[in-house]
Structure formats: structure tokens, C-alpha cells
Design a protein around this ligand. Structure first.
Ligand code: 5GP
Ligand code: MN
Length: 337
């Protein structure tokens, strides 16, 4: 099924579709999944968004959030059953099955019997799908979901609900339209979504103006105490310890965007945030860069991760946060010499 027409024919009958975003879904992953879900429902398909885990409460406003099925490790049979019953599985905002944790092996088992569709913009693509819409130059997976709808000649069917989900993905993955990934196509798609009557200012409030006082204090604490610069490497790093997590009662999503403050300093071109015991043991790291330095390569070569040239992530297990920081510094010294 490597061409779109075969997929289109397959979708002419009402199908059972499971849509999966990547682990720890962000606004692009969950927005793409929900936007696609609402779109497919317009053609009588039965859809379920199945998330590998929970996502931050600042995304709970998204239409369809209440119906998202979150994988429960105490009840894996539920996810297994959904996948068994599906005719098609759509994978959005990831292109390697290692990015969906325990759901990876479950989807792997379905590969030969189900129509598998992958819509993504990350590097490190693995071949597993029957049909792919994969473009690392796309600013967001939500942009590619729009392209999917466009190929399906369905853009007229995009309503405000679909538009809200897709717009949220595009706004957040482009840093509010500021990253180099923004193309004229991105802006045209945003305009088309706005033309559905979407209240984009309200959407922006829902996504960004949701700080609690504690979270703002945590930001202050991090800027004062947890930020280190290595000017000789044009790099700035944040660390977030287990103690911080407890003191500020950190929740999923509370460190979102923090790493970018380091990049805002003159001369800083690479930034990272190291988080102790984020979700599970080990150290979770987010990387950012400005310009040509690929943090996706750095993450995949040294930190079991991947992502995009200017925004990537990874994880190291079995070492302390100090050791992870030291490893990063050493890798940078070697790469930049
Ligand atoms: P963030 O730092 O905002 O969590 O993620 C930045 C980008 O890197 C996102 O596109 C995200 O999907 C990707 N990313 C984050 N963590 C990982 C990881 O552990 N592995 C891979 N392959 N990509 C990641
Ligand atoms: Mn994305």
C-alpha cells in the first residue's frame, strides 16, 4: 500500500482506526492525533486515540481529550484488544516504534495484518509502515496531518475542532512561528485553519497562560540556581534534581520551554536540560541548538535518543545527573574541537 490511492480506497469503507502519538505526547503529538481522529470520524470511521502515557494538564482543553485511551501498564490487555480489533493503525509524530514504549512491541505484532500509516517529521525513521507521510522539513506533524487531509481532498471538511487541534501542534512545534522550520506553507496552513473561524488568541491563552504561582517560582529558582554556562562551548545547561521535583511539586510538563531560556543568551548556540528521575529512573535530557549543529545526531549517537536538528531528546540510565552532565561536556568538547 505504498501509494496514497490504495490507502484512500481502503478508507472508502468505514474502518476501525487506532491513532497513536509518541510517548509523553506534546501538543503536536496529541493535537495531530486528535485532529486526525475528528477528521476520520467525518467519514464514519471509528477512531480511538491510544497514548503511550499521560500528558500535561495544559493540553486537557483539546477537543477529544476525555476520550483518549491512555496505556495502563496494569491493564495492557485493553491496549492489546484495541489494536487487535483495529483495521488500521496511524502513527503520528514518531517514526520509530521505540518511541511508544510498551506499545512498540504490541504494534510490531500487528504489522503484517493491519494497514499501518505513519505521519511524521522526525529524523531516525524506521521502516515499518505501509504508507508514510514523512518529511523532516515539515514544521510539525500537525502540518503533515493537514497535508494528509489535503491529499484526501478534504480540507473543506476541516471544522474548528480539527483546526484547534492542528493549530495547537503547529504553534507549539514552531515556538509560535519563530523557528527556521516555518515555511510559507506552514503559514498558509495556519491561515487556512484560522479561516475556519478559529479563535487563535484564545488558543494561545489556553496553551501558554496557564502558570501556577509555584511553577513561576520554580522558573525563578532554575534561572538563579540551576543554570550553568560554558561560554567556551557556546553552551548553557539546566539541571533539575529530584529535590527540586519534590520542593516545587513538579508535574508532567512543568519544565516545558525552560531549556530555551539558555538559548536566549548572546553567544549561546547549544542548550540542554538534564532532569533526574523524570517519569522513571535515570536522566532525561532535552537538547536545543541554533544554526547548523545537529542535536538530533548528538542525541542518537550518545544519549539513546533523537529528534530534529535543532530540538532533540534522549535518556541515560544507570548514571547520576552529574555524570550525565560531564558526559555531555566531554562529547561537546570532542565534537567542537
Ligand atoms: P523535548 O525536548 O521537547 O521533549 O523534545 C524535543 C524533540 O525531540 C521532540 O521532537 C521529541 O519528539 C524528540 N525527543 C525527545 N526525547 C526523545 C527521545 O528520548 N528519543 C527520541 N528519538 N526523540 C526524542
Ligand atoms: Mn512534532
Amino acid at each position: 500500500m505504498h501509494n496514497f490511492n490504495t490507502l484512500k480506497e481502503f478508507l472508502e469503507e468505514p474502518r476501525k482506526v487506532v491513532i497513536i502519538p509518541h510517548t509523553k505526547p506534546d501538543a503536536d503529538a496529541i493535537g495531530s492525533a486528535l485532529g486526525l481522529s475528528w477528521y476520520l470520524r467525518k467519514s464514519e470511521h471509528k477512531t480511538t486515540v491510544l497514548s503511550p502515557n499521560d500528558y500535561p494538564s495544559f493540553l486537557h482543553w483539546m477537543p477529544g481529550h476525555e476520550e483518549v485511551e491512555v496505556y495502563d501498564k496494569d491493564n495492557p490487555e485493553k491496549a492489546e484488544q484495541l489494536l487487535d480489533e483495529a483495521d488500521a493503525i496511524f502513527c503520528v509524530d514518531f517514526s520509530a516504534l521505540s518511541r511508544i514504549d510498551e506499545l512498540g512491541p504490541m504494534v510490531e505484532k500487528q504489522l503484517s495484518s493491519k494497514a499501518i500509516v505513519m505521519i511524521d517529521h522526525h529524523r531516525g525513521r524506521q521502516e515499518f509502515a505501509d504508507y508514510e507521510l514523512w518529511d523532516i522539513d515539515a514544521a510539525a506533524a500537525a502540518q503533515l496531518v493537514y497535508e494528509f487531509i489535503d491529499l484526501d481532498e478534504g480540507t473543506q471538511r476541516i471544522d474548528q475542532r480539527i483546526a484547534a487541534c492542528l493549530y495547537a501542534g503547529i504553534v507549539t512545534d514552531t515556538g509560535s512561528f519563530k523557528y527556521p522550520s516555518v515555511s510559507s506553507r506552514t503559514l498558509r496552513i495556519a491561515a487556512a485553519l484560522k479561516d475556519t473561524g478559529l479563535d487563535t488568541a484564545r488558543l494561545y491563552n489556553l496553551i501558554y497562560d496557564n502558570n501556577t504561582e509555584t511553577r513561576l517560582r520554580f522558573l525563578g529558582h532554575c534561572l538563579k540556581e540551576n543554570l550553568t554556562f560554558w561560554p567556551e562551548l557556546n553552551t548553557g545547561i539546566f539541571t533539575v534534581s529530584q529535590d527540586d521535583r519534590e520542593e516545587y511539586k513538579l508535574q508532567s510538563g512543568d519544565t516545558e520551554g525552560l531549556v530555551n531560556y539558555a538559548l536566549s543568551v548572546n553567544g549561546i548556540k547549544i542548550a540542554a536540560i538534564f532532569k533526574e528521575k523524570d517519569e522513571r529512573d535515570g536522566v532525561k535530557i532535552s537538547f536545543r541548538s541554533l544554526g547548523d549543529f545537529s542535536v538530533a545526531d548528538l542525541a542518537s549517537e550518545h544519549f539513546n535518543g533523537g529528534g530534529h536538528k535543532n530540538a532533540a531528546g534522549g535518556r541515560v540510565d544507570g548514571i547520576t545527573i552529574e555524570e550525565a552532565v560531564a558526559k555531555f561536556k566531554k562529547v561537546l568538547e570532542e565534537k567542537l574541537k
